[in-house]
Structure formats: structure tokens, C-alpha cells
Design a protein around this ligand. Structure first.
Ligand SMILES: [Zn+2]
Length: 122
């Protein structure tokens, strides 16, 4: 059984392979996600493998936040976020916008109110 899905940035420098198709995607309205237009699929970091480009992405860390959001240094596509705090190291987000649209078309998208209540709105 192979349900692996690949996520690639526009120029192809960064390719991530996730172990399984996500069951849901998250659209977050927080100050950074709404600007980036990302659609997050959450994984344990060991479910995500770099096919190419590991170590070449550029991190962005919001002021007091616990995450680093990475993008491709060539084409600018946001690829993933990773925790920069030990206690959250078991979680990672992959930008599903980089997955092939027909592979994720049937996955429900949940709206997360990261801007205010920190809960799902549906
Ligand atoms: Zn790129």
C-alpha cells in the first residue's frame, strides 16, 4: 500500500514526500497564514521525507512564536513549518498547496481561527 504524496515547490528545488494522504487540511486565519495562503497538512516529522532540497529552505520565525515557517529560496513557495521548541517536536506542517490538486481534491478543509479563539470554526 502506497499512499505517499509528493509536495513540490514551483521551481522544483524542494520536494517533500509525506507518508500518507492527509485526512483533512487546515486553513488558518492567523496573521501569517492568511497572508501566505497556506493550506496545512499535519504530520509527525518522521512521516515527512525530503526528496530534494533539504537544508536549503529559508526559515521565518514570528516574534514570540514556536514555529519556523520555511520557504524555497528560489521561487518563494512556502513548503512547511517545523517546531523550534522541544516540546512540540512531534508535529510538523506541510503546505498542501504544493501537492497535486487532483490528489487532494476530495480532502475536507477545516477553517482554524488562529487569529483569535484558537479553535476550529466548523
Ligand atoms: Zn522553489
Amino acid at each position: 500500500m502506497s499512499a505517499k504524496i509528493e509536495a513540490s515547490c514551483h521551481c522544483g528545488t524542494i520536494k517533500l514526500q509525506v507518508a500518507e494522504k492527509p485526512e483533512r487540511l487546515t486553513s488558518c486565519n492567523c496573521s501569517i497564514c492568511r497572508r501566505l495562503g497556506t493550506l496545512w497538512a499535519y504530520y509527525h516529522p518522521n512521516q515527512v521525507a525530503f526528496v530534494s532540497g533539504q537544508g536549503t529552505t529559508v526559515p521565518y520565525i514570528q516574534g514570540e512564536r514556536t514555529l519556523a515557517i520555511h520557504h524555497c529560496s528560489t521561487c518563494g513557495c512556502v513548503t512547511h513549518w517545523e517546531s523550534i521548541q522541544e516540546e512540540y517536536k512531534d508535529r510538523m506542517g506541510v503546505n498542501a498547496r504544493l501537492m497535486k490538486p487532483d490528489e487532494i481534491a476530495d480532502i475536507p478543509v477545516r477553517r482554524f481561527d488562529g487569529a483569535d479563539t484558537w479553535t476550529y470554526l466548523d
